[in-house]
Design a protein around this ligand. Structure first.
Ligand code: ZN
Length: 460
């Protein structure tokens, strides 16, 4: 019996689709798993930078120091960090940058959180507590009643009297910001939980001790974790984090529940794409991950700093006229600024513009704003959309409602600094800036495919 040729064709197409989906499902699962691992290992930008550097190092990237001379080789793979919290990585192209342009993906390593004050420990009403400052646009109420702990950078005094940095991550429930019982706050459900940043946020560490000052108790705790003497501790860059691990969620594991998806998901996607892209490319490919995006980027290692420009300039140093080479290379480049986007929330759909309602697991989002809070314009948008088409990935578009204020990213700042054509993109998510955010497991693989297309393609 011969099959109807149309049926045969349909069947063949179906078969191909199934194989494709199966192969992707496995790879996509791995991508999402490795993202969750990165997030759990990275409660602070210091940890994120260290973890991302380790991924690069394992694939043959060499560490550079900004204070050293750089002798870059064609096809060489390098990374450099600033303040242990921002990172640039690049693969030198086989052709001069002025003839190919750079391929750059930018993102940020920081997330909103609560940070310890310089003299944090004090006693109040029989408790030992820690004073905190709010870093960035924290969704404050989500930090109450969670199992919190401490992580960050501790600066010790070396034997020679120099400052030495060590990373700290205490992996147990250690702190809590308890909510007031409803019996003492009867109107909380009608009026909402209002938190005073000075008086309502300090977490409880332990009960006050008779013969131990709170400062000594905190230093002893940190010293025990780092296996050093308390007297060696000079200063602390510590933040609070939630010890609950990230997880897949939903009936088919279609969601990711995790802290810091904004914006470690973009850092991870760009890094994986560079590691999996072809080893050689004519263009120099660059990752630019900045700290301090959540507080406006205007710092020595933020998006407003010359970190990227400095690095790009050093990449063209061996051309005859480096200054012109840099300008020509930048003029040929498209910078992809990757940061998470707002998926439509079903309970608040009216907060979205009716024609622009990004869905989770429906592909990356191009973000546009007439006031240039996002740096996207027609040509850069088209560049990204064409990359998505080539990668076989659906693309969505976002613009804020005209009667709501728009957020921003490192996109416009980098665009203004370098005069580089820029597109603002990112995967859709819910609960942005909550202590526990939500995104799509499928979207993460899709974004990696698009970034790979960018790093692999002859022309960005
Ligand atoms: Zn962000």
């Amino acid at each position: 019996m011969t099959l109807d040729p149309n049926y045969q064709r349909r069947f063949a197409a179906l078969y191909v689709v199934n194989i494709f989906v199966k192969r992707n499902a496995k790879t996509y699962r791995k991508y999402a798993e490795s993202l969750l691992e990165l997030i759990d290992a990275s409660p602070t930008p210091f940890h994120a930078t260290r973890e991302l550097a380790a991924l690069l190092k394992a694939k043959g990237f060499d560490a550079l120091q900004e204070s050293d001379a750089w002798n870059l080789k064609k096809g060489g793979r390098y990374y450099v960090t600033r303040n242990d919290s921002s990172l640039m990585a690049f693969v030198v192209g086989t052709k001069p940058a002025e003839s190919t342009g750079f391929k750059i993906i930018g993102a940020h390593t920081d997330s909103p959180n609560l940070r310890l004050k310089p003299n944090p420990a004090y006693e109040q009403s029989g408790y030992m507590q820690l004073g905190v400052e709010v870093y960035g646009g924290v969704l404050l109420t989500t930090w109450t009643d969670r199992d919190l702990s401490l992580a960050g950078r501790v600066v010790l005094k070396s034997k020679k009297g120099q400052p030495v940095s060590r990373l700290l991550k205490i992996e147990k429930p250690l702190l809590r910001i308890p909510q007031l019982a409803i019996h003492l706050n009867r109107e909380v459900n009608e009026k909402g939980l209002k938190l005073n940043k000075q008086t309502h946020l300090p977490p409880i560490l332990q009960m006050a001790q008779k013969n131990l000052s709170s400062e000594k108790a905190l230093k002893a705790l940190v010293a025990r974790e780092l296996k050093c003497r308390a007297e060696e501790i000079v200063s602390l860059d510590l933040a609070l984090y939630d010890v609950q691990s990230s997880s897949f969620a939903g009936p088919n594991d279609e969601f990711l529940y995790a802290p810091r998806l904004d914006n470690l998901a973009s850092c991870h996607a760009a890094t994986v794409a560079l590691l999996e892209a072809s080893k050689q490319d004519s263009a120099t490919r660059v990752l630019a991950f900045y700290d301090h995006e959540e507080i406006g980027s205007e710092t020595a290692q933020g998006g407003g700093s010359p970190f990227l420009k400095d690095a790009l300039e050093r990449m063209v140093m061996d051309s005859e006229n480096p200054r012109e080479a840099l300008m020509r290379a930048v003029a040929r480049s498209v910078f992809i600024s990757a940061d998470m986007a707002h998926a439509v929330h079903p309970n608040y759909a009216d907060k979205h513009e009716g024609q622009h309602m990004p869905l989770i697991n429906a592909g990356p989002v191009i973000k546009t704003n007439a006031g240039q809070r996002y740096a996207t314009e027609g040509v850069s948008s088209a560049h990204f959309e064409l990359l998505c088409r080539r990668a076989g990935v659906n693309v969505q578009k976002f613009v804020m409602r005209s009667d709501l204020a728009c957020g921003s990213t490192i996109g416009p700042i980098t665009a203004a600094n370098l005069g580089i054509r820029t597109v603002d993109v990112g995967n859709p998510m819910l609960s942005m800036h909550s202590i526990r955010e939500m995104a799509g497991s499928q979207d993460h693989g899709d974004l990696i495919q698009v970034f790979k297309e960018y790093f692999n393609a002859k022309k960005g």
